[in-house]
Design a protein around this ligand. Structure first.
Ligand code: GLV
Ligand code: MN
Ligand code: MN
Length: 412
């Protein structure tokens, strides 16, 4: 069986999907349940139908495209990723795993491979936290790590709830039914760009992910006191943005000074109220993302952050409250799937690096209900979550080929 990947078609499809965006090319912005997201879903379902896959969508919009195996009742082998994209993103994050997964299936069909158990391509809803403040909404519900009630109540900046938005988008079933039964997947493998510089630096075309770091995020609100930028003298001020500035630097310092390269902290949201040049900031909201490969260190980071909030609140006489949005455990890849991935690389003479994923992925949550592993391909300069994100056609083809071999081995 000589599997061949149609790289030209795959790259063409990646380009086509990139055009379905809320922003002008080369920027891709595709926030969940916006018209661009819905259009992209429709386009993708048509490609899956062309490949003869049977489509099912659940109540949160996770899409399952199934190639039915000769034993349709056997636990399934899954692959896939996401197509939602944060504001000002690129073409490859998530998309390589979805369109690469589809091409891997088509490549197996072309060599007349017949899987025993079914192979399912999964397109997860809202891997990105952009709209509802929490990443991996679809896979959290599939795994049951987020309850249907809690998910329904999440809302976006405009105050629209998940419940309202998803039903308006046409996903009307009960969120309680999204959770998958135990043993639904026999294995789940996700292909993704690395989103970091290591593979490129080490000149390796592939990375086999052995663990995924533990992510956490918080929304911190700082209440100071506002007033006239001319009238209120400096000794009388309780400027919420000045307190926020101090806190942001304390967060950076805590991550840098802990001595572990795997500790990372980011303040990616800073909303200032009322946001007028001649008004003292009365309230600031900070969105904080904190991750580590070590759960103990990540949790120590959360405690350090709480301490910094208390100290700065006392020093500046402001009120600081934090809401923990998520604090998830890390995941380990399944040794047997990792071994299959290694064999597939070796069969094709492709070198690989064992890796840790510092980004989170839907595989983090799939690991709670199935054996998982991930395959990384390099991205130029390690750039991701920006419009100049780039993965070469050669590396995309190599990743897709190894994925196809792996799916074949897991379903033979
Ligand atoms: C996923 O996009 C992440 O933030 O790791
Ligand atoms: Mn992303
Ligand atoms: Mn991603």
């Amino acid at each position: 069986m000589k599997i061949e990947i149609d790289g030209e078609r795959l790259v063409r499809e990646i380009e086509e999907l990139a055009k379905i965006s809320e922003a002008e090319p080369p920027v891709v912005t595709r926030v969940v349940f916006t018209p661009a997201d819905l259009k992209a879903r429709a386009w993708l379902k048509a490609q899956c139908q062309d490949a003869g896959l049977a489509i099912r969508e659940d109540a949160i919009g996770n899409t399952f495209a199934r190639w039915v195996g000769s034993d349709p009742r056997a636990p399934i082998v899954g692959t896939g990723s996401h197509i939602d994209a944060i504001p000002n993103a690129g073409r490859f994050d998530g998309v390589v795993g979805v369109l690469g997964g589809l091409e891997a299936i088509r490549a197996l069909q072309r060599v007349r491979f017949r899987p025993t158990c079914s192979i399912e391509l999964l397109i997860f809803t809202a891997e990105e936290p952009t709209r509802f403040g929490i990443g991996c909404l679809g896979s959290r519900l599939l795994a049951g790590t987020l309850s249907a009630d809690a998910a329904a109540k999440l809302s976006d900046k405009a105050g629209c709830s998940v419940e309202d938005v998803r039903t308006q988008a046409g996903f009307t079933g009960s969120l309680g039914d999204v959770k998958l039964p135990p043993d639904y997947y026999k294995a789940f493998v996700e292909l993704h760009i690395e989103q970091g510089p290591i593979l490129e630096r080490e000149r390796k075309p592939l990375g086999i992910v052995e663990r995924i770091a533990a992510p956490a995020s918080l929304m911190i609100t700082i209440e100071g006191s506002g007033g006239h930028a001319g009238g209120v003298l400096m000794p009388d001020r309780h400027d919420a943005l000045c307190a926020a500035a101090e806190l942001i630097l304390a967060i950076e310092d805590a991550a840098r000074s802990g001595g572990a390269i795997d500790t990372v902290a980011t303040v990616g949201i800073c909303d200032v109220f009322p946001g007028a040049i001649n008004s003292i900031p009365a309230r600031v909201r900070l969105g904080v993302d904190l991750r580590d490969t070590s759960l103990a260190r990540r949790d120590a980071g959360l405690r350090a952050l709480e301490g910094a909030c208390r100290a700065i609140a006392a020093k500046r006489q402001v009120e600081i409250n934090s809401e923990l949005l998520n604090a998830d455990a890390p995941a380990e890849s399944d040794a047997a799937i990792v071994a299959v991935l290694r064999q597939a690389c070796e069969k094709h003479g492709l070198s690989y690096l064992p890796m840790t994923s510092r980004a989170y992925h839907d595989s983090l949550f799939m690991s709670r209900i199935a054996p998982v592993a991930m395959l990384f391909i390099p991205c130029r300069n390690g750039y991701s979550h920006r419009p100049d994100e780039y993965a070469s056609p050669e590396d995309i083809v190599k990743g897709t080929l190894v994925l196809a071999e792996t799916l074949a081995s897991l379903t033979s």
